[in-house]
Design a protein around this ligand. Structure first.
Ligand code: MEV
Length: 321
């Protein structure tokens, strides 16, 4: 170690799925956007020779020595995977410290964001350009640990940090937005691992494939319609599509009375539309809200029991002259 140990910091945003969750696991499209108002930060510091690699994740309640980590530890897993990918020593003398503002199992992509921040920090610290496509592929492998059969949407939107139109196995497509719009995001305070809701939907799909395929097709039609409205900038029309998507998520069995109370509160306070976002059962609901009503809708969500309310803006794509 030199007299001045090197330090590298990298961040990753959270994400919301605007429409299309669950159906996206079965090859239908979905639209997702990064949420930069909440982030994960990973900092790597060089340590004394021979000290090995320690991962400190205060918010996640972990301190892990890399050479002693359980093979199912997701933090150690992404570190080992990235070291191998970059052909680095398997136990470098580093302290990796992680701070997360993203609630775990809350539908905002906390697992993918933690892995992305770690991966980006290792790429940069070891002198490699943090290529989003390589990082997304590595994070996908850690997502498989978190929830078994991920579509790949979380790692993609978070590693690329831009709004995307996503189809499993397809090419990454950024989408354009004809207008700027605001989403209010409300945390139900109930943690619900995506792995469980995805596995539940899979069990039901296996029992009733025709019914579930039909629901996935209906969701896909809404996602296509939403894309057109976003591109035209007719954002108010997006609300009704979100409401219809919510009904189909209820039919898949991934909503809950608590989420529905929050969704109803947002609609009553004047949101154009509202739905759960992500795996469901708990986690977050999102509401599409005209700027003049953001304060009112946020207050109504808090009143209805939301543990935390954020707003995020999806900005209009700059048009070339
Ligand atoms: C989780 O953010 C979205 C789900 O569709 C799962 C996935 O796409 O892997 C529920």
């Amino acid at each position: 170690m030199s007299a001045f140990p090197r330090t590298t910091t990298a961040t990753a945003p959270g994400k919301i799925i605007l429409l299309g969750e669950h159906a996206v696991v079965y090859g239908r499209p979905a639209i997702a956007v990064p949420v930069t108002d909440v982030t994960v930060t990973a900092t790597i510091r060089d340590c004394a020779a021979g000290s090995g690699c320690t991962i400190l994740a205060h918010d996640l309640g972990h301190t892990v020595a890399l050479d002693n980590a359980d093979s199912t530890n997701p933090l150690a897993f992404i570190v080992q995977l990235t070291l191998a990918e970059l052909q680095l020593p398997d136990n470098p003398d580093w302290q990796i410290e992680i701070h997360s503002q993203i609630p775990i199992a809350g539908g905002l992509g906390s697992g993918a964001a933690v892995s992305t921040a770690i991966c980006r920090a290792i790429f940069t610290h070891s002198g490699h350009a943090p290529d989003p496509s390589r990082i997304s592929a590595l994070v996908y492998r850690s997502e498989e640990l978190y929830h078994g059969t991920p579509s790949g949407i979380d790692n993609t939107v978070i590693a690329y940090a831009m709004p995307i139109w996503f189809v499993k196995g397809g090419t990454i497509e950024p989408f354009t937005s004809g207008n700027t719009f605001t989403m209010v995001i409300a945390d139900s305070g109930i943690s619900s691992p995506t792995k469980e809701t995805v596995a539940d939907v899979r069990r039901q799909w296996q029992a009733e494939p025709a019914r579930f395929e039909a629901i996935f097709d209906e969701i896909a039609a809404l996602v296509h319609a939403a894309r057109r409205q976003i591109e035209y900038g007719t954002i108010d029309k997006l609300g009704a599509l979100m409401d219809q998507n919510q009904l189909l998520l209820e039919a898949l069995g991934v909503s809950s009375p608590r989420l529905q109370t929050l969704i109803e509160a947002a609609r009553q306070a004047g949101a154009w539309g509202a739905k759960l976002s992500g795996g469901g059962r708990g986690g977050n609901v999102i509401a599409l809200v005209e700027d003049a009503r953001v304060t009112r809708v946020s207050a109504a969500l808090t009143e209805a029991g939301a543990k935390r309310v954020l707003t995020t803006q999806i900005t209009a794509t700059q048009q070339r002259d």
